[in-house]
Every structure is written in structure tokens, then in C-alpha cells.
Design a protein. Structure first.
Length: 371
């Protein structure tokens, strides 16, 4: 879809681009992509932060946090070293949840007030059935790598790609659990998708009991990093490195490439209430898909800001959170944006609207209400 002849550089600078996409300067372990098969997660020989639970600390809500989302009326914020903190009063007070891993957590999605999932480094997917009070490990990079190898070995001998895919999958298994997942989205308590570095992607139809790596089903031949996945009804979209965009109108059964107006990387995607989609990312890269359409239109921002996350509020405003703590707002479904003044600028990483209408943000210094 896109080539490498742009200002982001090629392979040597992709590590830095992935770090920037995290919005935090966090260290990540990069890994090759995976092929497709389905396996249930089985306990494997795990090491390091995959085996060590998150440390319980009174400073959890003031640590480096990456995302905050709603679980019903509850706020759930996630971050470095497996930290998960919860608030039931709109973000005024927080308490830490117990988590079985201590990897960096990057994305969270709740299907309702109780069923939720978190994605993170080392291919981790965590699940809760009690609104975030407790978490269990559903899969990791080891299980996903073994799934890729099993699928490749199951290909017909006559398949010309069989040997290459077996070799690629075996290398992934040998690498160990070092596959960072960067975005997760669930349509309901059963159906979800997760995407990550170097084109990593997987789906589930049973609430995460089994995950199907699906990289080979996506139009991403250059294995670009995939930073964002979201959906509206039966439509799913994925966005990523160098303007990669893809779209599914059949509930994720198949994806087609979309022509992005820019080759700059897209870090975030938001589905609007009306069924449109807004994408944004590196140095002012921004575009949208109008409801009922598959055409991608550019969005002109007031400055070449790098956008790290996005959200739509209940009143319909779409908010873009830029590096440096700047916030842009749109009242027309993402067609036009204007900067929204804040009392102060912090190194913010994500934004959400609490049940009482207040804005709550995560940052390098924890989580706090903006108003």
C-alpha cells in the first residue's frame, strides 16, 4: 500500500516510531509478525515480567499510565509494570487492582461494566469479569507464536508459502514472548481484535478463550506497525504505520486497504456515534471516513501536532489529545478541529469522559481530572 521513501525513514528508525506511538518513551521489545491459526492459551515456561505479578504500591495512581477507559461508570487506568488502578467516584480517588503480570499495558476495552480486556507487551492479553477488580492472563507471545507455527505446519505441502511460513513461525517461537500488542477492541463479550507491532493481529470469537493470529488476512504486506483498531456495528477499521488503513464491512471476516491521504503514521482511531471514523497521528496526520462511506478524507489541523489518542464525548464532540498536553475538539464528527484551552499542559497520554461529565486523563505522572 505504501512504500518506505518518506521522512520517517526505514527499518532503523521504526523502533523510534514505535516508541513515539506509545506516547511515553517506554522501552519495548519488537518482534516479527505471525501467521494465522487458533489455539487455546496454555501455561508455558514464562519468564521475567510475564511470571511476576504487578507490585502493589501506594503510588500506583501517580505512576506512568498509558490509557484510561470506562467500565460502566467505573474508570480503569493502565500503565507501566502491569499497573491497573480503578476509580468509582469519577477519578477523585483511586485504588490498585491485582494483576498477574508486570509488563507494560498499552490498551483496554470493556464490552460492558464487568467484562473487559487489556493488551500489552510480550503479547499479553488480560481479562476481567468483575469490572477490573481482578485479572487473568488469556494469552501471551509464547502462545501466539506457537499458534503461528501450528498453522504454518498445517498448510498443504503443495502450498508454495508453506516452508517460508514455517521458518518465520519457528523464528518467532525461538524469539520468545516479546511481541508488543498496541490496541485492543471488543464489539461485545465474545468478539474482539487486537493488533500490534510489525503487523501482529489476532481475533477471538469466544471472549478470548482462544485467539486466532490473523496477520495473513490483513492487507499489510510490508508488516507495518498497527497502532489502532476500532469498530462501529459490523464495520471494523485498523490504522498504523506510514498511513496504513484497512476496513472491513463484514464484521471482520475480511479487510480491504483504504487509500490514506498521507504516508504519515496514524496512532489512533475513534468510531463516532453516527458510524464514521476519525484517525490521527504523526505531525498533523489526520483523516476521517464519513458515516456510510469508505472514502477517506483529509482533516486539516491548525498545527502539525502529533496526536496520541482520541475519544468521542457523550455530547458528540470528538477530542484529539496531542503530544505536549494539547487538546483539539470537533463538533462536526471530526471534519474540523479547534484547540481547546486547558488550565495547564501535562505530558498526557489518553483522555476519557467520566460518568459525571468530567474529563480524566492519564499521563507520565499518573491519572487526574482535567475538569
Amino acid at each position: 500500500m505504501n512504500n518506505n521513501n518518506n521522512n520517517e525513514g526505514v527499518d532503523g528508525s521504526r523502533r523510534g516510531l514505535l516508541l513515539l506511538g506509545m506516547g511515553l518513551g517506554l522501552q519495548v521489545l519488537l518482534a516479527p509478525t505471525m501467521a494465522s491459526t487458533t489455539v487455546a492459551f496454555a501455561s508455558a515456561a514464562l519468564s521475567g515480567p510475564l511470571r511476576e505479578p504487578a507490585t502493589m504500591t501506594p503510588r500506583a495512581a501517580r505512576s506512568v499510565l498509558t490509557r484510561v477507559v470506562l467500565a460502566g461508570d467505573r474508570l480503569v487506568a493502565i500503565g507501566e509494570r502491569g499497573l491497573v488502578v480503578l476509580s468509582d467516584d469519577g477519578g477523585h480517588q483511586w485504588r490498585q487492582a491485582r494483576v498477574p503480570v508486570s509488563v507494560t499495558l498499552t490498551s483496554a476495552s470493556f464490552a460492558d461494566a464487568r467484562q473487559g480486556w487489556i493488551a500489552g507487551h510480550s503479547g499479553v492479553v488480560l481479562h476481567t469479569s468483575d469490572g477490573g477488580e481482578s485479572w487473568s492472563l488469556q494469552t501471551d507471545g509464547v502462545a501466539l507464536a506457537k499458534a503461528a507455527l501450528a498453522q504454518a505446519q498445517g498448510l498443504p505441502v503443495a502450498n508454495e508459502d508453506r516452508e517460508r511460513r514455517i521458518q518465520d513461525a519457528q523464528r518467532i517461537v525461538d524469539d520468545g514472548a516479546d511481541k508488543p500488542l498496541l490496541s485492543i477492541c471488543f464489539a461485545d463479550a465474545q468478539r474482539g481484535m487486537v493488533v500490534g507491532a510489525f503487523g501482529l493481529a489476532a481475533t477471538t470469537e469466544d471472549g478470548g478463550k482462544t485467539w486466532t493470529p490473523c496477520r495473513d488476512h490483513l492487507p499489510n504486506p510490508m508488516s507495518m506497525h498497527l497502532y489502532a483498531v476500532t469498530h462501529h456495528d459490523r464495520t471494523w477499521v485498523v490504522a498504523g504505520e506510514q498511513g496504513v488503513l484497512m476496513h472491513s464491512s463484514n464484521d471482520g471476516a475480511s479487510f480491504q486497504s483504504l487509500a490514506s491521504p498521507s504516508e504519515r503514521t496514524l496512532f489512533t482511531a475513534t468510531a463516532t456515534q453516527e458510524g464514521g471514523f476519525v484517525f490521527a497521528g504523526l505531525l498533523g496526520a489526520a483523516c476521517r471516513i464519513a458515516p456510510g462511506s469508505t472514502a477517506v478524507s483529509p482533516i486539516e489541523l491548525s498545527a502539525p501536532l502529533t496526536i496520541l489518542s482520541s475519544v468521542q464525548l457523550r455530547d458528540g464532540r470528538v477530542m484529539l489529545l496531542a503530544q505536549g498536553g494539547r487538546v483539539l475538539a470537533s463538533r462536526d464528527g471530526g471534519a474540523h478541529f479547534a484547540e481547546q484551552p486547558l488550565a495547564r499542559r501535562d505530558p498526557l497520554t489518553s483522555l476519557v469522559e467520566a460518568a459525571d461529565g468530567g474529563l480524566v486523563a492519564t499521563s507520565l505522572g499518573g491519572v487526574a481530572r482535567l475538569g
